[in-house]
Every structure is written in structure tokens, then in C-alpha cells.
Design a protein around this ligand. Structure first.
Ligand code: NDP
Length: 468
């Protein structure tokens, strides 16, 4: 019997996806550069539908045609070198998928190169970590729409299923579209995590709650509009005990966060596209600042200068409501970037569909994604998520709470870069007066860059009177 799909790279993600496919009845061929890894996998989790191979050639010749191969390896140069090795073994019409976290511009380049060689290439965003890959990830495949029928059924079958039973996988768009959407997903993930960390600081240092009490609060929030994977795991995390120190584990973890950089890509890309994703950028910066080597001494310098903690002037409900407002604003920023990218790269992204495949399997899965889908179904031309009637109303209602908790945090010297950027973004977006008239006047004054007028069409330069 021929194998239906081949997986290259049997580290955490590749092996989990392979077993997931095998569970669903597919005959899966596996290959890993170091055979030791393949051997370990077969010993640790043998599966009648999974077949490991010692060489790439053996694996490739075990596949039915057109061959379907998914690479689950380290992103970057390894992918290019593997593609070259595969090209020697594949025939026209075969399909290569890259399920790793590749940069979308690399995927665009590789897709075009492989198309010239007669090979279909798909960049597949995969979210959900090890558990997602093993039991149902959210998947974002991008590539030639005419070849999608060859891989779609397998990907949709192994993907997570939302509450309504729909697969959390759909064709995203041509070339780099799938990896792009995965990148923005990760950016939103950074913002979501940072906002929750800021809410945690407020509960802890303004409301003076202990870990157990905070865990109960997060559990409670998870029952309502904030229902999401990240809120749920936060409750679990706050309850975890550390046997080594006999303390809560959260208090034994060093206060410095790391990153692999996909969130940073979102910020760089947003700057290129001229889209404001300030909350995502603030969240990446927060990770960077948490590692700043001179942070401990800065605390000595400035700690005393901090203003008073206003005590219990904010309620738990204020924090919940403010977090909800900020969350809507963060997602609106991410989807604004997707909308711009869809135009710039001619991808015709289905934003409502994209929200719907985030509903299960991935890190940012959340109940309120249904509302984003609804918003884009109500109005396919929707310019900005915050102008959808539902979101406009919800943000307006929770905005006072967001302002209140940000003000409190600033008073108390508690860092809230993502929450405060949510307020700044909204105030700039909704500003009747943004101060940009003065910016244009300055540009015209020093550089004759001209300005538009409120009372006449056209662009104008003024001979400014210059004081000496
Ligand atoms: P790693 O990112 O740790 O990559 C290890 C795998 O890459 C091994 O199989 C390794 O083979 C292989 N590899 C490295 N260099 C080469 C090369 N030059 N040629 C062939 N194979 C090579 O594994 P993960 O399973 O964590 O992730 C796989 C991909 O999925 C990555 O792109 C990652 O960013 C992405 N991803 C990871 C998620 C996660 O939660 N971990 C979530 C979503 C996506 P060998 O054993 O021989 O060294």
C-alpha cells in the first residue's frame, strides 16, 4: 500500500501532525534528517498507519502520486536546502507543503521558484503547539487554488473543529497568504498575552489579590465574553504549585519573557504597510524591555518617584471590562493589517473566514471570534472592525473602564504598555482633532511639502513669515 502523505521533520510538531494524520486513517510516511529521531518516535508511539524511513529517497518513493509532502522543520535556510534535495526526487505535479513558521516573503519566493519547476508549493500556517498538532491544530494553507483539492481534505480532516463542527482550516489565498495570516495570528497572540499579564499586575498590585484569588477571577472571566484559551490557561498557571520551593510556581519564574520573533515580523510588516498595530508592537517591546539588563538598577533609581497606589479605586469588573475593550482593539488592529495586505498582495483574503478558523485549535482561540466572523458576514466591505455596529457598541460601553484602569496603572507606576496603547489608538482613530494640521504646517514651513485646505480642493504651499 502506498503512503498518502509524507512528513519531513519529526520533532515535536512533525511527529504530532504525523500521528494525528495516522489516527484519521491516512497512511503516513515519515522522515527525519537524523534517523535516531525517527527510531525514537516509532519506539515511543508506534502506530499502524505510520511508517518511518531511513532515507529521503525511500520515503519519497513510498508515496502515491501526485506526491504530498509536508515539511515540519526549522524555518530559514534548512527549508531551501530541503527543497533542493526534494527537487531531485519529485515529479511535475507533486506538492510540497511547508508547515513551519517561515517568513511569508520566503514562501512567496519559494512558491514562484517551484511553480517554474512544475511543483505546487503551499505555505501552511500551523497554530496550536504540540497539543494542537497532535489532536487538531488551526491551519492556514496558502498556495495555488487549483491544487488545493489535493491537500484540502487531509488538512481539514486533521484540523481542530469549532463548536459548530466546522474545520479550523480553509484555503487562505495564493503564495505567502497562509504564512502571512499565521504571522498576524502570532502578533495578536503577543498582544493577547501581554494584556492578560497587565490585568494580572493590576489584580495583584492594585487589588492585592493572591494567586488563588486571581485564578478564581480568571476562571470566572472565562465563563463570559473573555472566554478564551489564554484566559483559561492563566487560571491553571496561577494554581500551579512548585514542589521545589513549596511556593506557587508563578512566583518562582523569572520575570523576563522570550520570543522567537514572529510577533516582531508583524510589527515590521505593519510599518511597511502603513498600518498601526501599536498593541502588537508594544507587546513585543514589553518582552524586550523585560530582559533589559539594567532594569534592576532602574527600579532603584525611580521606584520612590512613583506616584501613589490609589488602592481599591478600580474594581475587578473594571479590569475585566477594560481588558475586553483592549482585546477588541488589538484584534481590530490585526485584522486591519490583514485587510491592507489583502489589497497590497492581491490575495482576496476572506477576513470572516479567517476569524472562524481561529475559533479552535490555536493559541488565540476565543468565543468572541464568532463576532468577528459575523461582522464581516454582515458587511464584506467593512473598512474597520471597530465600525461594525456590534464592536462599536461593545468598545464604547467598556471604554470608560479601560480609561479608568490605565489611569490607575499610571498613577501606581504599573507598566501597562498594551492597555495604554489601546486607549491611544482609539483616541487617535476616533479623534475629531488629531493635531495633524500642525504637522502639515511644519512640513510645509521647513520643506515646502504643501498642505490641503479644509475650504478648497488642491494642495497649497504658503510663504511662511519667518522670525529671525
Ligand atoms: P524545530 O523547530 O526544533 O526543528 C527541528 C526539526 O528540524 C528536526 O526535525 C530537525 O532535524 C529539522 N531540521 C533542522 N535543520 C534541518 C536541515 N537543514 N535539514 C533537514 N531537517 C532539518 O521543531 P518543531 O517541531 O518545534 O517545529 C517545526 C516547525 O514548526 C518550525 O518551523 C517551527 O517554527 C514551527 N512551529 C512550531 C510550533 C511549536 O509549538 N513548536 C508551533 C507552530 C509552528 P534533526 O533532528 O535532524 O536535527
Amino acid at each position: 500500500q502506498m503512503n498518502q502523505i509524507g512528513i519531513i521533520g519529526l520533532a515535536v510538531m512533525g511527529r504530532s501532525l504525523a500521528l494525528n494524520m495516522a489516527d484519521h486513517g491516512y497512511q503516513v510516511a515519515g522522515f527525519n534528517r537524523s534517523y535516531e529521531v525517527t527510531k525514537q518516535m516509532i519506539e515511543a508511539s508506534p502506530h499502524k498507519n505510520f511508517h518511518g524511513y531511513r532515507t529521503l529517497q525511500e520515503m519519497v518513493s513510498s508515496l502515491e502520486k501526485p506526491r504530498r509532502i509536508m515539511m515540519m522543520i526549522k524555518a530559514g535556510k534548512p527549508v531551501d536546502s530541503l527543497i533542493e534535495q526534494l527537487l531531485l526526487l519529485l515529479d511535475k505535479g507533486d506538492i510540497i507543503m511547508d508547515g513551519g513558521n517561515s517568513f511569508f516573503e520566503d514562501t512567496i519566493r519559494r512558491e514562484s521558484y517551484l511553480r517554474s519547476q512544475g511543483i505546487h508549493y503551499f505555505g501552511v500556517g500551523v497554530s496550536g503547539g504540540e497539543d494542537g498538532a497532535r489532536f487538531g491544530p488551526s491551519m492556514m494553507p496558502g498556495g495555488d487554488p487549483a491544487a488545493y483539492f489535493n491537500i484540502g481534505p487531509i488538512l481539514e480532516t486533521i484540523s481542530a473543529k469549532a463548536d459548530d463542527g466546522k474545520p479550523c482550516c480553509m484555503y487562505i489565498g495564493p503564495n505567502g497568504a497562509g504564512h502571512y495570516v499565521k504571522m498576524v495570528h502570532n502578533g495578536i497572540e503577543y498582544a493577547d498575552m501581554q494584556m492578560i499579564a497587565e490585568a494580572y499586575l493590576l489584580l495583584k498590585y492594585v487589588r492585592h489579590m493572591n494567586n488563588q484569588e486571581m485564578a478564581d477571577v480568571f476562571d470566572d472571566w472565562n465563563q463570559g465574553t473573555l472566554n478564551s484559551f489564554l484566559i483559561k490557561i492563566t487560571a491553571d498557571i496561577l494554581r500551579e504549585h512548585d514542589d521545589q520551593s513549596d511556593n506557587d510556581l508563578i512566583d518562582q519564574i523569572k520575570d523576563a519573557s522570550q520570543q522567537k520573533g514572529t510577533g516582531r515580523w508583524t510589527s515590521i510588516e505593519a510599518l511597511k504597510q502603513g498600518v498601526d498595530v501599536s498593541m502588537i508592537t508594544a507587546s513585543g517591546n514589553a518582552r524586550v524591555m523585560s530582559n533589559n539588563e539594567s532594569r534592576p538598577s532602574a527600579a532603584q533609581y525611580f521606584h520612590d518617584a512613583k506616584a501613589d497606589n490609589l488602592g481599591s479605586s478600580i474594581s475587578i469588573e473594571d479590569i475585566r471590562s477594560g481588558l475586553y475593550a483592549a482585546k477588541m482593539i488589538a484584534y481590530a488592529q490585526g485584522f486591519d493589517l490583514l485587510k491592507q495586505a489583502s489589497n497590497a498582495y492581491h490575495w482576496d483574503l476572506k477576513l470572516g473566514g479567517i476569524a472562524s478558523i481561529f475559533r479552535a485549535g490555536c493559541i488565540i482561540q476565543a468565543r468572541f471570534l464568532n463576532q468577528i466572523t459575523d461582522a464581516y458576514e454582515r458587511n464584506q466591505q467593512l473598512h474597520h472592525l471597530l465600525q461594525d455596529p456590534f464592536f462599536a457598541k461593545q468598545v464604547k460601553e467598556s471604554l470608560p473602564a479601560l480609561r479608568k484602569i490605565v489611569i490607575q496603572a499610571i498613577h501606581a507606576g504599573i507598566p501597562v504598555p498594551s492597555l495604554s496603547n489601546a486607549v491611544s489608538y482609539l483616541d487617535m482613530y476616533a479623534a475629531r482633532h488629531a493635531g495633524a494640521n500642525l504637522i502639515q504646517a511644519q512640513r510645509d514651513y521647513f520643506g515646502a511639502h504643501t498642505f490641503e485646505r479644509v475650504d478648497r480642493a488642491g494642495s497649497f504651499h504658503h510663504e511662511w513669515r519667518r522670525s529671525s
